[in-house]
Design a protein around this ligand. Structure first.
Ligand SMILES: [Fe+2]
Length: 358
């Protein structure tokens, strides 16, 4: 379901632009039709955002941005379908920016040709190259590791150290994962294809399937719940879910039954994924949109955005939350996410060819 706050603001923005084009008379008419619009806005149109990220994650940032710059932010939240919506709206789209999570969704925006490159020194110096599109068609803003959740009571520390360890016959019938075609799993497999080749990746996936305790099902948190219930000893999940489970009185026990293993510390490092932002092709308020993007890589916004969802800031040297620091420092896989994106198609085919979900 789409909770839209945009249409009225969009009409206002369009009317404002028409007002500038039409001169004083149009502006006078605007003042009559939009009595509630603050005077400051008339000289400074808003920025319009489409977001698959939930309101509680981004609204505090937008409020801080408005407070600092006077530029309002109008947001349309939707769980899915925003890329298709942008495609349908084309040049008439009121949206300036899209906020979404996972390299798969960011890459969809590029493949559907609904975003434009942004060439900006502030963004390029703040965001490491592996976490932004080479031509500036998307920029990472927060990071999450795809880690192993291990049963505190049944998996001794050090017994599992790599993604490959999950395929060890020692863990036969003791591993739980969500479905293999979910974007989080696809990106992990795509990274493996990029680094080790298709044969090694297929062998890993088949080995993982052989060790599954049950048919892949549920979300990342459901796997940790299954650890608590004794159905499995090991699972794969994103780092921030540990924080989210600890925050939730009903799920706290799930989190407390497991500990995080950051895989591949002596090798390639832990697979990372991201949430990010992209500028739409239409972007009627381009300057304001760039101002918001730049704000989001300021130290203050980076710290705030990462903390809201227990994620890692994309900008190096920005402080981590106490909780993330308690999990420890770790080596992140430096593989570029746009490189990961190239192998998503092959990864998805591989999931089907080994029958991972069946
Ligand atoms: Fe998630």
């Amino acid at each position: 379901m789409v909770r839209s706050t945009l249409p009225r603001a969009t009409r206002a923005t369009r009317a404002l632009r028409a007002g500038f084009a039409g001169g004083a008379l149009a502006l006078a008419a605007l003042a009559v039709t939009l009595p509630a619009a603050p005077a400051a806005r008339a000289a400074d149109p808003d920025v319009n955002v489409y977001s698959t990220r939930q309101a509680f994650l981004i609204q505090p940032l937008f409020d801080a941005f408005t407070e600092e710059t006077g530029i309002g932010v109008n947001v349309v939240f939707a769980k899915e379908g925003l890329a298709e919506r942008l495609r349908a709206e084309g040049d008439n789209s009121p949206a300036d920016l899209v906020f979404t999570a996972d390299i798969g969704h960011l890459n969809d925006l590029v493949e559907l040709d609904v975003v434009q490159p942004v060439d900006n020194a502030t963004l390029e110096s703040a965001i490491p190259a592996q976490y932004r599109h080479p031509d500036g068609k998307w920029f990472g803003l927060t990071l999450r590791g795809r880690v192993i959740y291990a049963a505190k009571e049944r998996v001794p520390e050090g017994a599992v150290e790599t993604y490959a360890d999950l395929t060890d016959p020692r863990w036969e019938g003791r591993v739980c994962t969500r479905k293999g075609d979910h974007p989080y799993q696809v990106a992990l497999l795509a990274a493996l294809i990029a680094e080790k080749g298709e044969d090694a990746a297929r062998a890993w996936l088949a080995g993982l399937k052989d060790n599954l305790a049950r048919r892949p099902q549920g979300n990342d948190r459901a796997q940790v719940k299954a650890i608590m219930e004794g159905q499995c000893d090991l699972a794969i999940g994103n780092t921030y879910y540990m924080g989210k489970m600890l925050d939730d009185p009903e799920q706290r026990a799930w989190a407390e039954a497991a500990y995080i293993v950051f895989p591949n510390q002596d090798g390639s490092g832990t697979h990372m994924n991201l949430s990010g932002v992209a500028m739409t092709k239409a972007a009627p308020n381009r300057d304001n949109a760039v101002a918001l993007m730049e704000f989001l890589v300021s130290d203050r916004a980076q710290e705030m955005y990462a903390q809201l969802n227990h994620e890692y800031p994309v900008k190096p040297d920005v402080a981590w939350s106490d909780l993330l620091r308690s999990w420890g420092d770790f080596k992140m896989d430096p593989l570029s996410l746009s490189e990961v994106a190239k192998y998503r198609g092959r990864a998805l085919m591989m999931v089907n060819s080994v029958g991972y979900n069946s």
